[in-house]
Design a protein around this ligand. Structure first.
Ligand SMILES: [Zn+2]
Length: 163
């Protein structure tokens, strides 16, 4: 700390870490976690006309971040909590593979390739239920969107560590 040369090296090392991370993942590779949602009061404190407002700050962070700070209100969210929250919201009703992928794209901004989905099925990574209401008479496999999202997050994390 007291050695100016050492301080300089530390400063440079921090830059190198940032630059190398940018080289590998790209500087704008941000994950979107939806809106902040923290409740706060708006209006004069003594007034009974106070309104509870939910913070609408957009939460984004780099893929490796463990926490996300809301740029609007400063609330710090844990990524694990946000993911659990998103999973809870999208678990939903079981549906066919194509519908699951469309659902997750719309609700959780998770873009899942058809090929990836088929790979996870082949690996036995996706729990399924059998839908008995089919015209062909053969039960079709349907999937909970929340389970698929869970596997998606896991696979993405694994790909990063391996690379
Ligand atoms: Zn906020």
């Amino acid at each position: 700390m007291d050695d100016p040369a050492a301080g300089h090296v530390l400063y440079m090392a921090r830059l190198w870490v940032k630059q190398s991370a940018d080289l590998v993942w790209g500087p704008e590779d941000l994950r979107v976690f939806g809106t902040c949602g923290v409740a706060y009061f708006e209006g004069p404190a003594a007034d009974d006309g106070d309104v509870v407002v939910l913070c609408e700050g957009k939460l984004t962070a780099s893929p490796d971040a463990l926490t996300v700070k809301c740029q609007e209100c400063g609330e710090v969210h844990h990524v694990a909590d946000l993911l659990a929250d998103i999973r809870g919201k999208v678990r939903g009703e079981p549906m066919a593979p194509r519908a699951v992928r469309e659902h997750l794209q719309a609700k959780a901004r998770a873009f899942i390739k058809k090929k990836d989905f088929e790979n996870w099925v082949a690996l036995g990574a996706l729990p399924y239920v059998l839908d008995r209401v089919t015209s062909s008479g053969r039960p079709q496999r349907i999937y909970f969107p929340g389970d698929v999202l869970h596997v998606f997050e896991y696979m993405r994390g694994r790909r990063r560590t391996v690379a």
